[in-house]
Design a protein. Sequence first.
Length: 159
Amino acid sequence: MLEIRIITVGALGKDYLKQAIQEYSKRLQAFCKLNIIELSDARPSSSNPNSSEIEKLLIDEGERIVKHTKGYLIVLDIQGRPLTSPGLSEVLESVPLAGNSCISFVIGGSWGIVEGIKKSADLLLSFSRMTFPHQLFRVMLLEQLYRAFTILNNMPYHK
């Protein structure tokens, strides 16, 4: 069974988001082994960090992210490649056929993702040119994964 890892920076705070995560996690159990890895935000020493401090924070987060990646690496990034829901289902289908049993999705923190991780990604994926709260985006990713698996399995969820 395909393993899906979602490596995310930042804690999930709102109960309604936790409930949505639980619901989609439960639904995805039929299609994959889901592992959500939540890493703490790197905190700046001041409320107005300079670019050098932000880069250090990104490097720290990046080092912690890399420890959890495995297999095919998809980094969620506003500058990434947009896919349709059927397009994402094609990725989920093709990765195991190419010999990978795990796909790691990375959702960065509020400062973004260090360039080294973006460069090592097999796919930079954009859901939109808009910016979304990281907590909400986790729900959006899980919903799209569920939708993609239902497409692959000819289930009526996707319209």
